[in-house]
Design a protein around this ligand. Structure first.
Ligand code: B1M
Length: 243
């Protein structure tokens, strides 16, 4: 039987090009997500943490590219729903290693952010990545989960006195719920107190502008800098996300 160390050596990086050191390990981490190997993802993430590799790098150059590769293979018809769900489970093993460490590191709360996937939409993999990156940057997150109605968003903003609302949508048929939520924010006078940012694969900058969102976010990686910008918070070294 192949032991874990041998398997690790067999895993080729995502880029396919020769890499060494940390670059290679980060690439192997992405590949382990593609392979849906929960234990391997956990092991590589823990090793990278031990080697004091920046947590944002582990996410942005290891775990997230792995999950995006899985989506791409699904799009090409090489992977099916079960593979996707198993990869997203493997991704969680890595996120579970990082999340407490990132929370611990950034204790200064930059502001409360209400986050959720809009009504009738159950996709949460991208949203969860946005959450971990915002949390890691020092924001306090109120995660409403998926299938969140405009009324539920509004209630959570009022209850928590949140400064920012971040909405995710993965379906063209649910994108309009972002618009309905922003309309409800206007109707309740909350737009004076809360900024809005939207993201998700079908969302575009033009759509975001048309529905009156304050910000559009193309990928999870850029969520912290956009959130800071919207709230007028100066960046510091920790927010400079290594690419
Ligand atoms: Co669904 N699905 N799905 N699905 N699914 C898509 C989105 C689809 C494009 C697949 C396809 O047909 N090619 C398609 C939508 C087509 C469309 O609307 N134009 C689709 C469909 C049709 C459906 C169903 C209707 C299928 C059916 O039942 N007939 C159904 C709908 C259920 C519902 O929501 N009501 C459905 C169901 C599911 C599963 C439950 C099986 C599963 C979701 C599991 C889960 O999330 N827990 C699923 C999955 C996994 C996908 C795909 C394959 C992958 C999505 C994903 O997680 N990608 C997707 C096809 C694809 O994208 N290739 C597909 C990985 C993730 C890291 O990327 O979510 O894009 P993503 O997030 C990115 C950015 O978009 C961004 O950051 C992330 C990383 O950088 N981002 C934000 C996301 N939210 C953000 C918010 C921000 C900022 C950035 O700030 C607020």
């Amino acid at each position: 039987m192949i032991n874990r160390k041998e398997k690790l050596n067999m895993v080729k990086g995502l880029s396919g090009t020769p890499e060494t050191g940390v670059d290679m390990t980060l690439s192997q981490l992405g590949q382990a997500v593609v392979l849906r190997d929960c234990k391997l993802v956990k092991e590589i993430t823990e090793n990278l943490v031990k080697e004091e590799v920046n947590h944002f790098q582990i996410l942005n150059r290891g775990l997230i590219p792995g999950m995006l590769e899985v989506s791409e293979r699904f799009r090409r018809g090489e992977f099916f729903i079960p593979e996707l769900l198993m990869s997203s489970r493997a991704l969680k093993f890595g996120l579970n290693v990082l999340r407490p460490l990132m929370r611990e590191k950034k204790k200064d709360v930059l502001g409360k952010v209400v986050v959720g996937t809009v009504k009738f939409d159950l996709h949460d993999i991208g949203k969860n990545l946005v959450i971990i990156l915002l949390e890691g940057d020092g924001f306090e997150i109120i995660d409403l989960g998926v299938d969140v109605s405009p009324e539920k968003f509004v209630k959570a903003i009022e209850k928590n006195e949140a400064k920012l609302l971040a909405m995710s949508s993965l379906l063209t048929s649910t994108m309009s719920w972002m618009k309905f939520t922003i309309e409800l924010l206007h109707a309740t006078g909350l737009t004076r107190k809360v900024k809005t940012m939207v993201g998700g694969a079908p969302v575009t900058p033009i759509f975001a502008k048309n529905i009156g969102a304050d910000g559009y976010c193309r990928d999870a990686t850029s969520a912290p800098s956009l959130a800071r910008e919207l709230l007028g918070i100066e960046g510091d070294e920790a927010t400079v996300i290594p690419k």
